[in-house]
Design a protein around this ligand. Structure first.
Ligand code: URP
Ligand code: ZN
Ligand code: ZN
Length: 459
């Protein structure tokens, strides 16, 4: 079966050109101007549209248990929202219990992901370090899970420096990448306890309990420990200038530190925490939203390539019944917000169209870099002969307004409510098959493929 995409403007991280794409089964087999149609080809007309490589979201939390509740998108609803928004591959997480075998936890997650619509992989979370983990890490890496997520905050997740150092050493030995949630958990705990004792329970105290210095300190510590071990590091969901400054210094000194940010840190400020009643709970995420000046710094860092990845940290909790768990205590509000379906339109509208990043950079931070950093390039995140035919035919003219009722995610609100967007996917192909067309998911669920990722290598 061959599919020919005609008349589109191909846009990758490096090029923008008029060309047709011929697909055979799952793979791109030709790219050229005016490729000839044959009678049995399926034709897709991409006139007036960009054709992008399928976008990659390296930070989602489908069915994440947090306290007494679980993020409300499962692998089916979350991945359908992703695909309809132009994301064809996601990397989610395996979150083992303390003392649980990593292999066992991975198998449970793989079973849960059986009905996934997009291609996918996992980062393995390490909430401690011991002989069991040390023994299993090589096998986990061999199975294609080549990145590990560490936390410097959160109850039951926060690592000691000693554990983090040992993880870096092991990751170096087996060529895996360590990623980090960088906030100082002790500082957050002290501040949170103090506020609750003073009966300061409103969601705005989540903001005050997570000051930017907690992020700056954690980033600085992690970067220095990684420097000592001479091992690259990936900082997840960076939110502020102070932390970025530490990374800039490290990168200027030749250290490999990758940085991810997310649309919420680029487009939403701390003022949302000060909304009336309990509204601020919708924005309770960690790290929290910051000052408008931090947002500007993050946009500039994307442009100047100090930030390499724009992911979503999609972790949706319904306002009703889930965020409300923390109605009388901000520390009990589940942390996270949705965004997996909105990322591409938001970054195109507020990044590309507002000249904050170029069209090539848009593809670089949402497809090519995530693929390179996490061992999937050039199969994913590129448009070349031999690559997977994950393609997004994107109409740059269509306008819309983001609103909760139109989301494909199962969450009951969006932090981006009322945001005007211009540019949306019209057709999305995953490995040659149309999964989304004209507003509807038409793919076959459960067809998402587990991507066995390569070990870490500097590109
Ligand atoms: O608030 C957030 N970011 N929730 C998801 C879990 C995490 O820290 O990444
Ligand atoms: Zn995190
Ligand atoms: Zn996260």
């Amino acid at each position: 079966m061959k599919t020919l995409i005609k008349n589109g403007t191909l846009a990758t991280d490096k090029e923008i050109l008029k060309a047709d794409i011929l697909i055979e089964d799952e793979i791109i087999i030709a790219i050229n101007k005016n490729l000839k149609k044959e009678a049995d080809f399926k034709i897709i007309n991409a006139k007036n549209c960009f054709v992008f490589p399928g976008f990659i979201d390296v930070h989602t939390h489908f069915e994440l248990a947090q306290g007494k509740t679980t993020s409300c998108d499962d692998f089916k609803t979350g991945s359908i929202a992703a695909v309809c928004g132009g994301t064809t591959t996601i990397i989610d997480f395996v979150n083992p219990e303390k003392e649980e075998s990593l292999k066992k936890a991975l198998n449970i997650r793989l079973k849960k992901a059986q009905n996934i619509a997009s291609d996918f992989s996992f980062h393995m979370i390490l909430n401690t370090y011991n002989d069991l983990i040390a023994g299993e890490m090589p096998e986990i890496i061999k199975s294609g899970v080549t990145s590990f997520k560490c936390f410097f905050a959160y109850k039951n997740m926060q690592l000691k420096d000693e554990e983090f150092l040992k993880i870096l050493v092991k990751a170096k030995e087996y060529k895996a990448l360590v990623t980090l949630h960088a906030e100082n958990g002790d500082l957050i705990k002290i501040l949170s306890k103090k506020f609750i004792k003073e009966k300061k329970t409103h969601p705005k105290y989540h903001y005050y309990a997570h000051p930017d210095i907690a992020e700056e300190e954690a980033v600085f510590r992690a970067v220095n420990l990684a420097k000592f071990i001479n091992q690259p590091l990936y900082i997840a969901h960076l939110s502020c200038k102070k932390a970025l400054e530490k990374i800039k210094t490290a990168r200027r000194g030749g250290q490999i530190v990758y940085v991810e940010t997310c649309p919420q840190y680029l487009l939403l400020s701390k003022k949302n925490y000060f909304k009336a009643d309990f509204e601020g709970a919708k924005y309770v995420i960690s790290p929290p939203l910051r000052e408008t000046k931090d947002m500007e710094v993050l946009w500039n860092a994307l442009k100047d390539r100090f930030i390499q990845v724009a992911a979503t940290d999609h972790c949706p909790f319904n306002f009703k019944a889930q965020k409300e768990i923390g109605k009388n205590d901000f520390t009990k509000i589940p942390n996270g917000m949705a965004g997996v379906g909105e990322r591409m339109s938001l970054l195109y509208t507020y990044g590309v169209l507002k000249n904050k990043i170029s069209l090539n950079q848009f593809v670089e931070v949402c497809a090519a870099n995530p693929s390179k950093i996490f061992g999937m390039y050039p199969k994913k995140g590129s448009i070349i002969i031999g690559a997977d035919a994950d393609l997004v035919i994107f109409d740059p003219q269509v306008k819309d307004i983001i609103t909760a009722s139109k989301l494909k995610s199962s969450v009951d609100y969006t932090a981006f409510e009322g945001f005007e967007i211009q540019g949306k996917p019209r057709t999305v192909l995953i490995r040659g098959k149309i999964a989304y067309e004209e507003g509807k998911y038409i793919g076959k669920q459960g067809k998402g493929k587990f991507i066995k990722r390569k070990t870490f290598k500097v590109d």
